[in-house]
Design a protein around this ligand. Structure first.
Ligand SMILES: CC(C)(COP(=O)(O)OP(=O)(O)OC[C@H]1O[C@@H](n2cnc3c(N)ncnc32)[C@H](O)[C@@H]1OP(=O)(O)O)[C@@H](O)C(=O)NCCC(=O)NCCS
Length: 175
């Protein structure tokens, strides 16, 4: 578990945030957090979380995947998922997804969640950590670069949003 005080960030009041590995009991909170970011329809491809609460509980039990959550006042306000390659040929890879609820961004929570997930990658033999991000999501791209990700390619005009074509940017961090 990782506690830190918001005093690291001068604009925060005195709340504590807690970053920890998710457990099956967190299923509902994870779904609600993900769905609230999906409802914004800006940052994520999916618009509906695809698992039921029972399905999400099962996913959270899978030892090959890891989900980290950030909690504030007993509410999950940030989720990071790592999904390890399923096959023997790609077990050294994992795909990362991250979503922080609106109103809690730019406070260092994304950075804390990512750092926690890197520890898991190192402990579990992940050599190559992948993610996909919209080319329009420059805030996220800058954060990923700061944390050691590099662009390895992009699928052009893969999405059409608000009257504009957007690229699917593939980013990778090696361990
Ligand atoms: C992208 C995302 C995960 C980043 O998480 P975050 O918690 O906002 O990120 P952090 O606060 O750790 O860092 C982001 C920036 O905030 C800055 N920051 C940190 N503390 C801050 C504070 N108190 N005040 C202002 N800025 C702060 C960081 O230095 C960083 O700055 P920079 O990018 O301008 O250099 C989050 O914004 C999010 O969930 N967005 C919506 C969903 C999304 O885009 N998901 C990713 C899809 S691929």
């Amino acid at each position: 578990m990782l506690h830190w005080h918001a005093k690291e960030h001068p604009n925060e009041t005195a709340e504590d945030y807690l970053v920890r590995l998710a457990e099956p009991k967190d299923a509902r909170g994870v779904i609600m957090c993900m769905q609230s970011v999906m409802d914004e329809r800006i940052y994520l491809v999916g618009e509906y979380y695809m698992l039921t609460e029972k399905g999400e509980q099962e996913r959270l039990k899978n030892p090959d995947d890891a989900t980290f959550v950030c909690e504030k006042d007993d509410q999950i306000i940030g989720v990071l998922t790592l999904q390890r390659g399923f096959h023997r040929k790609n077990r050294h890879t994992a795909n990362l997804g991250i979503a922080i609820k609106k109103g809690h961004r730019h406070k260092g929570i994304g950075t804390k969640l990512m750092q926690k997930s890197f520890e898991w990658c190192k402990q579990n033999g992940i050599k190559k950590l992948n993610l996909e991000v919209f080319s329009s999501n420059t805030n996220a791209i800058e954060l990923y670069k700061k944390l050691g990700f590099e662009e390895e390619g992009r699928r052009k005009d893969q999405f059409f949003m608000e009257g504009t074509y957007v690229d699917d940017v593939f980013m990778t961090k090696y361990f």
